[in-house]
Design a protein around this ligand. Structure first.
Ligand code: NAD
Length: 257
């Protein structure tokens, strides 16, 4: 079987929702033992139940990726019993606004989750991963690559994800650790529904249509489509790929304009 993850232990952040949930269920279906680190433990448990109903193996851990002590403690708890082969840094939050609408607190909040979170997870895990080698995927965004209106803090954070990915890929290539990032355009998840609801009340349907149309292909992506790309990148079939960003964007970066 291609893209087989049997015997692989995976840590995924933010696996309780959207893209993270799709990655968790997809990896478990390919035989991986999935460990979900989540702020929202109820959502993480729902994903775990979904996986178990399908005959897979998964465990939920309450963890705020912003808190380095918590991350180290959860990672130590997991790695005391088993080696981890794959890390998916997926948890992330959004903020809408240009720099004038980005208060210091907004900037710090986005930085803490989107930049320090992945740093904390890699910091806690990478020395342990060196033993067997492994794969890291960081969830970037089209905002890492091109200017997006009104996304000052978010773009800053996703730009950092891109360059963190290059840095890790270079520093750990000799240890057999591959590190890549994925840059989705708009993917239809609770993340998208949440910000439409919060920022455009009463105009939800119109905004959904507008956001769909910004992808030249005419729709938003599906979490499963991102999960399938992540599966490929984490599988042995992708063993020649490291230090690379993978847009999955319905043509957004190259075909707009
Ligand atoms: N949906 C999109 O259009 C889109 C596009 C490009 C990139 N992305 C990126 O993909 C990733 C997942 O997005 P999504 O749309 O599935 O989001 P989502 O909001 O549906 O899910 C994110 C999950 O992360 C968890 N989380 C948030 N903060 C956390 C923290 N501090 N510690 C632990 N868990 C935390 C949330 O509880 C939630 O379950 C994010 O990094 C996002 O920036 C999303």
């Amino acid at each position: 079987m291609k893209f087989n993850l049997k015997g692989k232990n995976v840590i995924i952040t933010g696996g309780g929702s959207g893209i993270g949930q799709a990655i968790s269920t997809t990896f478990a279906a390919q035989g991986a033992n999935v460990h979900i680190l989540e702020l929202n433990i109820e959502h993480a448990e729902s994903t775990v139940n979904l996986i178990k109903e399908q005959g897979g193996v998964a465990t939920a851990y309450h963890c705020n990726v912003v808190d380095q002590k918590q991350v180290i403690s959860v990672v130590d708890e997991i790695t005391a019993k088993k080696d981890i082969h794959i890390l998916i840094n997926n948890a992330g939050i959004a903020h809408i606004g240009n720099i004038e609408k980005t208060a210091e607190d907004d900037l710090d909040r986005v930085y803490n989750v989107n930049v320090k979170g992945p740093y904390n997870c890699m910091y806690a895990l990478i020395s342990k991963m060196k033993k067997n080698g492994g794969v890291i995927i960081n969830m970037a965004s089209i905002a890492s690559n091109v200017g997006i209106n009104d996304r000052f803090a978010y773009s800053m954070s996703k730009g950092a994800i891109l360059t963190m990915t290059y840095s890790i890929a270079k520093d750990y290539i000799k240890d057999g650790i591959r590190c890549n990032c994925i840059s989705p355009a708009r993917i239809h998840t609770p993340f998208v529904d949440g910000f439409i609801k919060a920022n455009y009340p009463g105009q939800e349907e119109e905004m959904f249509k507008n956001l769909s149309a910004t992808q030249p292909i005419g729709r938003m992506g599906k979490p499963q489509e991102v999960a399938d790309l992540a599966l490929y990148l984490c599988s042995d079939e992708a063993s020649f790929i490291t230090g690379t960003d993978f847009p999955i964007d319905g043509g957004f970066i190259k075909l707009n304009g």
